[in-house]
Design a protein around this ligand. Sequence first.
Ligand SMILES: CC(C)(COP(=O)(O)OP(=O)(O)OC[C@H]1O[C@@H](n2cnc3c(N)ncnc32)[C@H](O)[C@@H]1OP(=O)(O)O)[C@@H](O)C(=O)NCCC(=O)NCCS
Length: 159
Amino acid sequence: MNVTIRPATKGDLPAIAKLAANLVREHHATDAKRFLLVEPVENGYTWFFSRELEAKDAVILAAVTDDDRVVGYCYGRLEERDWNALLDAHGGLHDVYVDASARRSHVAEKLVGAMCDRLKDLGAPRTVLMTMTSNVAAQKLFAKLGFRTTMLEMTREST
Ligand SMILES: CC(C)(COP(=O)(O)OP(=O)(O)OC[C@H]1O[C@@H](n2cnc3c(N)ncnc32)[C@H](O)[C@@H]1OP(=O)(O)O)[C@@H](O)C(=O)NCCC(=O)NCCS
């Protein structure tokens, strides 16, 4: 599949919000107590990403087919020093999602590579991300691109 990776535009946001909503619902379906679901997710993301499109520290990339279909997106931003996480200023890669119809064609690889380049250009010395422990496909993707495993989040319900 031939895709172009480019900065997202306002016109891409409805399609990107649908992909982001899939990402949220898939996380919620895995562990409904840990991963929030606030419906309608698409509206929330359209609002949030419209704001992020204007932010100088945020990056939203779209993967677009030759016939102008958005089949994937990636969202990241420059993050400040975080003492709680013992994490200096860095690039945070928050979302990457590829539509099921476009998977295993290296679309995510291109999106994440382009995101790391953009965050570096913005001054990030490194890029940090989180992924579900059960998401082996994502972990293989990130490992292939040079990410190392650094933290394991644990959750306990209050009793
Ligand atoms: C994970 C995801 C982004 C991968 O997208 P993709 O475009 O299919 O991935 P790519 O084709 O770029 O794959 C690049 C590499 O990642 C690994 N990979 C990707 N999907 C994989 C899978 N299903 N099983 C095993 N390895 C996989 C492989 O190493 C692959 O390289 P290879 O094809 O040379 O073996 C996609 O499956 C997705 O959107 N999943 C749901 C959302 C999600 O999990 N996002 C990440 C949240 S942190």
